[in-house]
Design a protein around this ligand. Structure first.
Ligand SMILES: Cc1ncc(COP(=O)(O)O)c(C=O)c1O
Length: 375
């Protein structure tokens, strides 16, 4: 049997029906000609707000932009601190730094999400907001984080970039915070064919300010009230995202099916390999943005899989406070995160993966541990 090459990610659109839908969506925009914030942006905002359970959504140019603009709308800036996780893509810290505030980095729990106890320890008189990241498709402990925020009078701004449609206690992520931010870049579970983002809120004043801030801080596109940039969601991306949204339930189902194949294939390795567990909290639902395992033999396992034609990734290998831009100056605690980041390995979990490929990946992981035990 020839070894199948298992790619970590494959962004090409090979399904003929989907390709046709996307091209038709673009053709629709070309035809009506309202190519800046046209009807598709409005429809996407309405549909995503309804799906997340918010009153308003404001389409912006990327997830990074969503975070930056949410912080700007909340008037967070110089002299303020925002507590976020230490384990995320660097965009989260950068958005805080870009508004002139200081990111403070909390430690994580075994599930790789922000530890509420660490957040509570890091609160200072300068803290304005808590910014949890729903890491790797898993919701944070929103009951505890909401309680801490309320107790200390802090804003809660969710970063849902990696976890659109995930649930905590039966509620969608993005529905807990005063503001919530989404990335729809091509890697995400709801993915544009380019860059796109969204901010959610229930507050009409914040919605208005976000709409101004995404276009040079102008009211009525004329008078600038707050210096800002042009960060509007592209109409063609919105048109294609609407079609992708139609297919989202199918894509999420497929991710769960692959996760179930991995769970089954790797169950016998318990004790030597930690597989991602859906939180035991009632009614939590992961969207498997990644399938992130943990093992002390991570590097050897990754090399072994590569020799078997399987691509895997470490998402993200550098903790946010350890990036060159922040190292040595960052405040926070990340002892647990530093230990876990050396163990994490993400297996491929995109929708094009076949059952056979997923089983093959599981088999290769088992072979690796059998070989290690045999030594
Ligand atoms: C947790 C998190 N926050 C923010 C972002 C930034 O999103 P974007 O790439 O759309 O700017 C990402 C993107 O990977 C992310 O994973």
């Amino acid at each position: 049997m020839s070894t199948p090459a298992v790619r970590f990610l494959d962004l090409s659109v090979t399904d003929a029906a989907e390709r046709g839908e996307l091209l038709a969506a673009v053709a629709g925009v070309l035809e009506h000609g309202r190519i800046v914030l046209g009807p598709e942006v409005e429809e996407l905002e309405k549909r995503l707000a309804a799906r997340v359970g918010r009153k308003f959504a404001v389409g912006v140019s990327s997830g990074t932009d969503a975070l930056y603009l949410a912080l700007r709308a909340a008037e967070i800036g110089a002299g303020d601190e925002v507590i976020t996780t230490s384990m995320s893509w660097i965009a989260t810290a950068n958005a805080i730094a870009l508004v002139g505030a200081e990111p403070v980095f909390a430690d994580v729990r075994e599930d790789l999400n922000m530890d509420p106890a660490s957040v509570a320890r890091l609160i200072s008189p300068r803290t304005q907001a808590i910014l949890p990241v729903h890491n790797q498709g898993k919701a944070c402990a929103m009951d505890e984080l909401t309680a801490i925020g309320r107790q200390h009078g802090l804003l809660l701004i969710e970063d849902c970039a990696q976890a659109f449609d995930a649930e905590f206690a039966g509620r969608k992520v993005g529905s807990f915070g005063d503001l919530a931010c989404l990335s729809m870049n091509p890697m995400k579970v709801l993915a544009a064919i380019g860059e796109a983002g969204m901010v959610f809120t229930d507050d009409p004043a914040w919605r208005e300010r976000l709409q101004a801030l995404r276009y040079n801080g102008t009211i009525n596109r004329e008078d600038c009230h707050w210096p800002s940039h042009n960060g509007r969601l592209d109409t063609i991306q919105a048109a294609m995202l609407l079609r992708r949204l139609d297919r989202l339930d199918g894509s999420l189902r497929r991710r769960r099916e692959i996760a179930a194949i991995y769970d089954q294939g790797l169950a016998e390795l318990a004790g030597r390999l930690e597989i991602p567990r859906e939180s035991s909290q009632d009614k939590c639902r992961d969207v498997y943005y990644t399938y992130t395992m943990r093992t002390d033999q991570r590097d050897a396992l990754q090399a072994f899989l590569e020799r078997r034609g399987i691509e895997s990734r470490v998402r993200h290998p550098i903790l946010m406070p350890e990036h060159t831009a922040y190292r040595g100056q960052a405040r926070g605690e990340w002892t647990k995160a530093a230990q876990l980041v050396r163990q994490i390995l993400c297996l491929p979990i995109h929708e094009k993966l076949t059952d056979e490929q997923a089983r093959y990946v599981g088999q290769c992981v088992r072979e690796f541990f059998a070989a290690v035990r045999g030594k």
